[in-house]
Design a protein around this ligand. Structure first.
Ligand SMILES: *Cc1c(COP(=O)(O)O)cnc(C)c1O
Length: 384
């Protein structure tokens, strides 16, 4: 089955472009929200997955908070109308101007990833006569079993405070008057389709809580980050991730203290399936060993296949002919500009419309102007 695309309307638009199924986006948001509400869990959408202003405003309307990893993202969140009290700020390298922007806006929390960062936040807050709420991002040393470019919770990764530095960090924290510890933060990686690493994370956090209790510390907030994966192989069969099963893992394996808030930061799982990259076939180049479909979209519009060796389902929206085997490539002058090798597509010709599915997360936002290309525009199913 091919996804539901209004081809007659899409044909009037200059390709390549992003097309968002707003109905699916809303259904996904509602599914996440009702599953989280069941356990009184809080969601901060990870804006780095997709910062399209209309998508942000739909997410904001549904009451989610927002997880930012740069000053630009904080600005995008504020522009989309997110209240400062629902903004959290993570990231291993926060520049002074970004910290000052967050302090001036009075965001909810800085997720702090090192002792020197904590000291800088303290001194910038002190200079403004403010106290910054912080959560310590702890590297839980859990293997997320995902692609090595998107695993973050291993000791060798740059993210978070190592477990063996936790006590030193807390000692230091006690000497800083303008930062206040409100939470613990974790994020083990992205595109996790197996829930087992999340169970391991729960038991690690239980242990850390025990360690903190020895120092008489109970934090207000435990933030488990994001990482829930989507089904790139079957976007039509599984358009909405199983948020229910995901949250249940934490409910079963993580006994929170009374009044402790549990936060999550899903990105991909909220927006991934609702976006597609729509492209037109420029040429079909037939060779003796293989045939190439050359698109007008390249890794400048969707870098995931080139960057993470990611799979995206590709469909020819114009052809119902017998399938043939092709390499699907873009026009960029790099050999890595290839969306898929040796895949079956209905027999393809110049001018056919191609949908690259499940491109709503880490797609439009990662677009570049390499080769002096234009950034892709975005269109929405309910506004065509
Ligand atoms: C990237 C990121 C997320 C979102 O990850 P997804 O896999 O898209 O859900 C959440 N929290 C932090 C700190 C991140 O860096």
């Amino acid at each position: 089955m091919k996804g539901n695309f209004p081809l007659d309307k899409l044909k009037n638009i200059q390709t390549p472009f992003y097309f968002y199924d707003t109905g699916l986006l809303r259904n996904t948001i509602h599914a996440a929200k009702s599953a989280a509400n069941k356990y009184n869990y809080h969601i901060h959408y990870a804006v780095k997955a997709n910062a399209n202003p209309r998508i942000l405003s739909i997410i904001r309307e549904n009451g989610f908070g927002i997880d930012c990893v740069s000053g630009g993202e904080i600005q995008a969140a504020l522009n989309a109308g997110f209240p400062a009290g629902k903004i959290v700020f993570a990231g291993v390298g926060k520049a002074d101007w970004e910290i000052n922007l967050a302090l001036d806006a009075s965001i909810a929390c800085f997720n702090v990833e090192s002792i020197p960062e904590m000291e800088v936040i303290h001194s910038l807050a002190k200079a403004k006569g403010k106290t910054a709420s912080i959560a310590l991002r702890i590297n839980p040393e859990i293997n997320a079993h995902t692609h090595h470019h998107i695993t973050t919770g291993l000791k060798e990764n740059k993210f978070g405070i190592n477990l063996d530095c936790l006590d030193t960090t807390l000692d230091k924290l006690e000497t800083l008057s303008h930062v206040k510890l409100t939470g613990l933060h974790f994020h083990i990686g992205s595109q996790l389709t197996d829930l087992e690493p999340f169970m391991a994370l729960c038991s690690r956090v239980n242990d850390i809580q025990k360690q903190l209790l020895k120092r008489k510390i109970i934090v207000d907030i435990i933030n488990f980050g994001g990482g829930l994966g989507i089904d790139y192989e079957h976007p039509d069969r599984n358009p909405i991730p199983d948020f229910q099963a995901y949250f249940e893992v934490f409910y079963k394996h993580f006994p929170a203290y009374p009044h402790q808030q549990i936060h999550f930061e899903p990105g991909r799982s909220i927006v991934g399936q609702s976006g597609s990259l729509i492209s037109k076939v420029l040429y079909v180049k037939e060779g003796s060993s293989k045939n190439f479909v050359i698109l007008d979209a390249g890794f400048t519009e969707l870098i995931r296949p080139a960057f993470y060796e990611a799979y995206h389902k590709i469909e020819n929206l114009s052809s119902g002919e017998q399938p043939e085997t092709y390499d699907v490539v873009g026009p960029i002058c790099e050999s890595s500009d290839c969306f898929a090798r040796q895949i079956d597509l209905n027999k393809t010709q110049r001018g056919d419309y191609i949908a690259i599915r499940s491109a709503g997360a880490y797609g439009e936002i990662m677009a570049s102007q390499y080769n002096c290309r234009r950034l892709p525009a975005a269109y929405f199913s309910d506004l065509l």
